[in-house]
Design a protein around this ligand. Structure first.
Ligand code: PLP
Length: 327
């Protein structure tokens, strides 16, 4: 299978581990000897219930998720969560305001979406370019905010937080779509973590949401029921039909991560792999340039440009589309 497989460095949907694809291939027509595919299986069947429960318990084990957190497998992607987070959490306090750190495209989109539901405060001075995490000493956090939101790894701009923001007791929310399970995380520091699976833990279609139980139940009236955490958590992600096959693939990836040595092993691997590319950039005498500040360079996606500082624009490729930036 591997001989003809093309290297795919895309951030996501991304290359899946070969054992995952082989297992899915083997079980595609006949899952576990029951004569049907996961693609055809009822989400209420006992076989799918086992798949769902196994995925949840593996995830709990890999991240050491405390018992007072709910785990959900939802549809709608990371973008769905840009809406779900304010719809469910901005009402936690009467003022209906939320603090956002905006360090790239994805947190910017999330902040814009949240503006529909309450007041959004960007906690740091506006950035000219998305190449760093603003120094925490420049943040002005609002103690009355319902939550503080940040994107742990900005997939387009390659800016990754190497610390967990200190919020002085305000609920912390993080989009970990593109560095999920790439290192150990102390879940107890967060009110909510979400991650679209297609970057690090599977294929498109399922988004993992981990939420502290006491934050449920303050959902705004206008929240669509499919995005209501209390409803989804109360129904174990089965209020409506979940993305069954994507959850199955997620389970296979989690199993693979566990067999590789878990999040600590993933962290080691990600540092080694990204380190090789950053070394090459640093040693290229300015032929390649990484615009991101040394302290927050992503281990997941490495943006680089060709040419010294402002180099030759036509030679540059847009890191997102992969196409030259020609006029
Ligand atoms: N958050 C991050 C960090 C992302 O990289 C992406 C997409 O690439 C999203 C959110 C949006 O995810 P989706 O396309 O699943 O809506």
């Amino acid at each position: 299978m591997d001989n003809k497989r093309t290297m795919n460095f895309g951030a996501g949907p991304a290359k899946l581990p070969q054992p995952v694809l082989l297992a899915a291939q083997k079980e595609l027509l006949d899952y576990n000897g029951i004569g049907i595919s996961v693609l055809e299986m009822s989400h209420r069947s006992s076989d799918f219930t086992k798949i769902l429960k196994a995925a949840e318990s593996l995830l709990r084990e890999l991240l050491g998720i405390p018992d007072n957190y709910k785990v959900m497998f939802l549809q709608g992607g990371g973008t769905g969560q840009f809406s779900a987070v304010p719809l469910n959490l901005i009402g936690l306090k009467e003022d209906r305001c939320a603090d956002y750190l905006v360090t790239g495209t994805w947190s910017s989109k999330a902040a814009k979406e949240a503006e529909k539901y309450g007041k959004v405060n960007i906690v740091h001075p506006k950035l000219d370019s998305y190449t760093k995490v603003p120094d925490p000493s420049s943040w002005s956090l609002n103690p009355s905010a319902s939550y503080v939101y940040y994107c742990c790894n900005e997939t387009v701009h390659g800016v990754e937080f190497n610390f967990v923001p200190e919020t002085k007791g305000v609920v912390l929310v993080s989009d970990m779509s593109s560095n999920f399970l790439s290192r150990p995380v102390d879940v107890s520091k967060f009110g909510l973590i979400f991650a679209g699976a297609q970057k690090n833990v599977g294929c498109a279609g399922v988004t993992v949401v981990i939420v502290r139980e006491d934050l449920l139940g303050k959902t705004l009236n206008e929240c669509p029921v499919v995005l209501d955490y209390q409803v989804q958590a109360g129904n174990n992600s089965l209020y409506n039909t979940p993305p069954c096959f994507s959850i199955y693939i997620l389970g296979l990836v989690l199993d693979w991560i566990q067999r590789c040595g878990g999040t600590a092993a993933m962290e080691k691997l990600s540092k080694e792999k990204s380190g090789m590319i950053y070394d090459l950039i640093n040693q290229s005498n300015g032929f390649y340039v990484c615009p991101v500040d040394q302290t927050c360079r992503s281990r997941m996606n490495v943006p680089f440009r060709i040419g010294k500082k402002d180099g030759d624009e036509a030679l540059r490729r847009n890191s997102w589309t992969g196409l030259p930036n020609l006029a």
